[in-house]
Ligand binder design. Structure first.
Ligand code: INI
Length: 154
């Protein structure tokens, strides 16, 4: 007989940090709104949510890492939008944001959630920030709460 552990979506009492990139702000503002909604719908008090804004997605990891290691948060949600342009810049920004966010999570031991959209065009980003594919910020909020609660049980 195996034991199954699943995290609940009860966010009451949780303290959440959000790091949001201002680059492609039209998209990231919607991601922040989605994350705030998802947290509030699942019991997280607005006064327990702290949002730090950074210039671009490349700057997310350093701030997310400091928040994650501070002991002040149960989880950190990272929100950004990296949209493919004419150069290779996209690949480097997306790659370093991904790597840095994963490193912040593993080294701190708390969930640092990857909500950086990496899309080929603005249309795909719009679809995922409140359009027909949902809102990645909202799903990151649920992922954060669920993962905190799994970690508390394992
Ligand atoms: N930052 C983003 O968040 N999204 C992008 O699409 C993007 N592009 O394409 O350039 C971007 N670049 C800025 C980068 O994150 C840094 O702020 C900049 O390189 C300074 O370190």
């Amino acid at each position: 007989m195996s034991n199954h552990i699943e995290g609940s979506l009860d966010g009451s009492g949780l303290k959440i940090g959000i790091v949001a990139a201002k680059f492609n702000e039209f998209i990231t503002t919607k991601l922040v709104e989605g994350a705030e909604e998802g947290l509030s719908e699942n019991g997280v008090d607005g006064t327990d949510v702290t949002i730090a804004y950074v210039p671009g997605s490349f700057e997310i990891p350093v701030v997310a890492s400091k928040m994650a290691h501070s002991g002040n948060y149960d989880a950190v949600i990272c929100l950004g939008a990296v949209i493919k342009g004419d150069t290779d810049h996209y690949e480097f920004v997306a790659g370093e944001a991904t790597r840095g966010i994963a490193e912040a999570s593993i080294s701190s031991g708390i969930p640092v959630i990857f909500g950086v959209l990496t899309t080929h065009n603005m249309q795909h980003a719009l679809e995922r920030s409140g359009g027909r594919k949902g809102n990645a910020g909202h799903s990151c909020a649920l992922t954060a709460i669920e993962t905190v609660n799994v970690l508390r049980t394992v």
